[in-house]
Design a protein around this ligand. Structure first.
Ligand code: HEM
Length: 957
């Protein structure tokens, strides 16, 4: 019943979206039979999932013969639908209406993505904190996925705020504790104070039983990987050198990433480049990850040192010690040592029985997130007492961050200044000496220096704008309220410096989340379905359909959000929230809460700061307290994005000229600060804005990161191969290997390394030959084994005919099969060359994002029901909604067929560096290489815009 009614509702929504679209004359049989079949039910069991694969008639209706042709491939079908690529993917002669082929392609892709999200919400939430048993069994008659509070999320007796939230009684945050984002992230959810706070355990997105495959704890794991896995087998440094190293046409011009003397522009370090994504985007994501998660404490891991490989390789499917010649050939270092990962708990996990089978209550080992999991700009503002002591406020106006002028450079932004350098008295690890002072200082480079300075300037810009309003209208209501006195108006002139500092933090965090969702991600996933989907996450699908938006919002908060029915509380909630958008969900409450109440601008909003259910009402954790899963960290191991050399330019001396090639490694740690001070924010913005980042692909990791000096280790070599460490850390933390990882996330199994070869490529193309070569290297490194069809290897998925998946993966029993079950997940997603158009990441990584990117919005009160002037001030809400002060600003030209606002990051850049206005005049998305011609419809062509023809970057492939 629910399927039918919800399905009808969705259909209604699609028709509503279509507006006045007319039925195309040639309505194909495929579409008719697809429609007759109705909507596919959301899978009941894990092994019946959608897997991104549709029926033949559905594929034909949405993408014609091309979509049908690739249905047997393991990769998701929607990438072959009409209009999901560039102009060439559009159906000839078709319009864009929702019932036209192009419309069916795009809507079909959005529907597929929505199914994926619903199933991810249903099958992929595994909390390590002890709540999982309730999630499966329910509590007090409420289904697990509909639970809203958990005893494990209470503040413990030792916490300084224990008494204030209610101590041993029912806990509820109030007063000062709910006003702003708290330093350690407590009381974001006012009924579950501990959720997302510093030091909580990482969750998992995979069945606990599938974690730590090398421990061989259960039969499936033993059948899957035999005796073949260990921390250093296959050898991580061999993997790095054979599968990750960037090939160089002129090694002498690259010099292992060190460039040439005097930073000569003749230096050349080859890397595979993404034409539609710039270096700013690479460092942006590192800047983000430092906000969301970290495993390290104050820049180090657990004390014990360990070997990190360069010891053996597979020869004829058996590990054999490396000879000195092998080591010299590979260029790896047997003497490297690294500190082991922290493990929070490694005793045997308790289990319980449900549905006739045992379940573990947590993974075999757990680890802690040492920062807040919230999108709260904690990398700038702090996540515990020590990190907060690193944040310097301006003594002249403590609402501001301390910024100091440096030198006498041209440029109107220069007077806004730069972050000061750490003092000797600051609580830092010695390796951070000489860096700019900020809360999260680890793995610092010019890219992080850039974003920390940029957002420090933006923080101060907001404070200045607020003070300007306060001066003009000191007695006006600024919108802010104190929850201890909710009915007392706070006038502009009443706001203290401390309050304004915290308001600015809220605004900066929301602005960053908006940039990430609507600007970074839409360029990372550069096609029409994702443009619509990501904007829907933020603004809603119905920006121009206010009535539909209001109706859907009602359904979401008034109905599903409070439902005790698991299905309504979780899956359909996530679908319908994409109607009105996640931002601000539950931030308005009307008395008449009929589901389809007409949108009425005159209706009184009765949301009240006095009512905890209003303050918290928009939050939804889908039955599993929010934290990032270990698997999320894995798919953010994006070191391949970073080039070895930065093509340095100057904004006031012909930006088309590359003046120097500066090695990124010469901008690491304190050297970043010197480089920033010497050359200035605007020049670095221009340089990183114009340069393409590295594709996420095999043999494309930076040479300098394979040879990074880490003096803190005090080891024989003093160096570490960071990309080999990516492999080791995932093994230490028990991330399932690639094939099982995909199955756990509801994606298709691969049957061998050749499945990585993109079947869209012509048989004789050099690219195809290159991919076949990479498949053979994977086989060389990971090996093969004689398969045994009697060994079932997974319970997460079945073969198409319903039979269990066994060790032979569809190959004849007893044949030699690739050890694809052993493939480290990072290696697997780097090897994925079949991707939807404009995807800078693989579909496996994307699947992880679909779930977790929406969850970190859905779970956060400050993005949902507390996205209100009572917390942000009126100016703050306007600033986030309009991308700055003084209303919305539109671009003069359309982009990819959409009328677009001047993007939020472009506005930030213009405020911080007005001198870049002429350069930015051509920019629509600040993460698209700034001098690229953005063309018509999601083109990936590497062509200069008018005025940049002489830019040497365009003569490089
Ligand atoms: C100059 C640039 C960079 C340097 C020097 C650097 C260095 C490092 C090092 C040394 C580690 C290992 C920490 C450990 O496990 O002991 C690490 C981890 C990591 N890096 Fe990078 N990195 C850089 C750029 C990036 C970029 C662009 C990303 C993109 C997201 C990134 C994402 C990560 C992630 C996700 C981890 C794992 C963190 C954790 O376990 O909590 N890094 N990096």
């Amino acid at each position: 019943m629910i399927r039918t009614s919800s399905g009808c509702l969705l259909l209604g929504v699609l028709i509503l979206l279509g507006g006045c679209a007319t039925m195309p004359k040639e309505d194909t049989e495929a579409c008719a039979s697809m429609a007759a079949g109705g909507f596919r039910p959301v899978a009941k069991e894990r092994d019946q999932r959608f897997e991104g694969k549709v029926q033949e008639n559905t594929a034909r209706c949405r993408g014609g013969a091309n979509a049908v042709a690739y249905r047997d491939e393991p990769w998701v079908d929607w990438q072959n639908y009409w209009a999901t690529g560039d102009a060439s993917s559009k159906a000839p002669g078709s319009g864009n209406g929702h019932l036209s082929p192009n419309g069916r392609g795009i809507d079909g892709a959005l529907l597929d993505l929505e199914y994926q999200r619903m199933e991810l919400v249903k099958f992929n939430l595994f909390d390590n904190e002890g709540t999982y048993q309730d999630y499966v069994l329910g509590r007090d008659g409420v289904a697990g996925p509909a639970l809203k509070t958990w005893p494990q999320m209470r503040l413990p007796p030792g916490d300084p705020n224990y008494a204030q939230v209610g101590g041993a009684g029912a806990q509820l945050c109030s007063g000062e504790l709910i006003r702003f984002r708290n330093l350690t992230g407590i009381c974001n959810d006012i009924k579950n104070p501990l959720i997302g706070s510093t030091g909580e355990l990482y969750a998992r997105n995979v069945e606990f039983e599938s974690t730590f495959p090398d421990l061989g704890k259960n039969e499936l794991a033993r059948n899957r990987n035999g005796e073949r896995l260990a921390l250093l087998e296959p050898d991580p440094q061999v993997i790095s050198r054979v599968l990750f190293t960037r090939a160089q046409a002129h090694p002498e011009k690259c010099n292992n990433g060190l460039g040439l003397p005097g930073y000569s522009p003749d230096a050349e370090c080859d890397y595979k480049k993404a034409p539609f994504f710039n270096v700013l985007a690479a460092f942006w994501i590192q800047f983000m990850t430092h906000d969301w998660f970290s495993h390290l404490e104050e820049g180090h891991n657990a004390g014990t040192m360990m070997a990190v490989g360069c010891a053996s390789r597979k020869v004829a499917n058996a590990e054999q010690a490396l000879t000195p010649e092998d080591i010299a050939d590979l260029g790896c270092r047997p003497g490297d040592r690294m500190d082991q990962a922290y493990i929070a708990e490694d005793s045997d996990p308790p289990s319980f029985t449900a549905n006739g089978r045992p379940h573990l209550t947590r993974a075999y080992k757990t680890t802690r997130n040492t920062v807040t999991a919230w999108w709260d700009a904690s990398q700038l503002y702090g996540y515990d007492d020590t990190s907060r002591r690193r944040v310097k406020r301006d003594p002249a106006d403590p609402a501001k961050l301390l910024l100091k002028p440096v030198g006498q450079r041209d440029g109107a932004g220069e007077q806004q200044g730069y972050l000061p350098v750490f003092d000797v008295a600051d609580p830092i690890n010695p390796q951070w000496t000489g860096q700019e002072a900020t809360a999260f200082p680890d793995n610092w480079s010019i890219g992080l220096s850039f974003f920390h300075n940029l957002f420090a300037r933006e923080h101060n810009q907001f404070v200045d704008a607020f003070r300007k309003r306060a001066q003009a209208t000191p007695d006006a209501d600024c919108g802010l309220r104190d929850p201890a006195h909710p009915d007392t108006v706070i006038r502009y002139q009443d706001v203290t410096a401390d309050e304004l500092f915290e308001v600015a933090r809220l605004v900066i965090a929301a602005e960053i989340a908006k940039i990430h969702t609507t600007e970074w991600t839409t360029q990372l996933l550069y096609d029409e379905p994702l443009y619509l989907g990501m904007n829907a996450n933020w603004n809603g699908l119905f920006q121009d359909h206010k009535l539909a938006a209001a109706a859907l919002e009602k359904i979401v908060t008034g109905n599903f959000g409070k439902s005790q029915d698991a299905k309504k509380a979780t899956q359909w909630y996530s679908v319908f929230a994409s109607g009105p958008g996640i931002i601000g969900t539950g931030s308005r409450v009307y008395k008449d809460d009929a589901i389809f109440a007409r949108y009425d601008p005159d209706k009184t909003d009765i949301w009240s700061l006095n009512n905890p259910d209003d303050v918290n009402g928009g939050v939804n954790h889908f039955g599993s307290p929010f934290n990032f899963p270990e698997e999320f960290v894995t798919v953010y191991r994006l070191h391949a994005l970073v080039p070895d050399l930065i093509e340095y330019r100057e904004w006031n001396h012909d930006p088309n000229v590359i003046r120097y090639k500066i090695p990124v490694v010469d901008t690491v740690r304190g050297a970043a600060t010197q480089e920033m001070e010497q050359r200035g924010l605007a020049n670095w913005a221009l340089s990183m804005g114009r340069q393409r980042l590295g594709l996420l692909a095999l043999q494309n990791d930076p040479l300098f990161l394979q040879n990074l000096t880490l003096p803190r280790l005090q080891t024989a070599t003093g160096k570490i191969d960071v990309v080999a460490l990516d492999i080791i850390r995932d093994r230490e933390r028990g991330v399932p290997r690639f094939n099982e990882f995909r199955r756990q996330y509801g994606l298709r199994t691969l049957t061998g390394f050749d499945d990585f070869v993109d079947q869209h490529l012509p048989q004789d193309s050099p690219e195809r030959a290159q991919q076949q070569h990479l498949a053979s290297l994977l086989r060389e490194v990971y090996g093969q084994h004689k398969c045994d069809a009697s060994k079932i290897i997974t319970d997460a998925q079945r073969n198409d005919d319903g039979s269990p998946i066994d060790d032979c993966l569809g190959h004849p029993n007893g044949s030699m099969v690739d050890n694809i079950e052993d493939l480290d997940t990072v290696v697997g997603w780097l090897a994925e060359s079949t991707r939807p158009h404009g995807f800078a990441i693989s579909e496996t990584q994307f699947q992880v994002f679909i779930l977790n990117a929406s969850r970190r919005l859905f779970s956060d009160r400050f993005f949902t029901s507390s996205f209100r002037p009572e917390f942000y001030t009126t100016l703050g809400i306007e600033w986030v909604n309009n991308n700055g002060p003084d209303g919305k600003v539109m671009e003069s030209a359309d982009s990819n067929g959409h009328r677009v606002e001047v993007s939020p990051l472009k506005r930030v850049l213009l405020r911080a560096m007005p001198e870049l206005a002429p350069e930015l005049a051509h920019v629509v998305n600040a993460f698209d290489p700034w001098a690229r011609d953005r063309g018509e419809f999601y083109t990936l062509a590497w062509k200069p815009r008018t005025g940049a023809e002489s830019d040497a970057a365009f003569s490089q492939p």
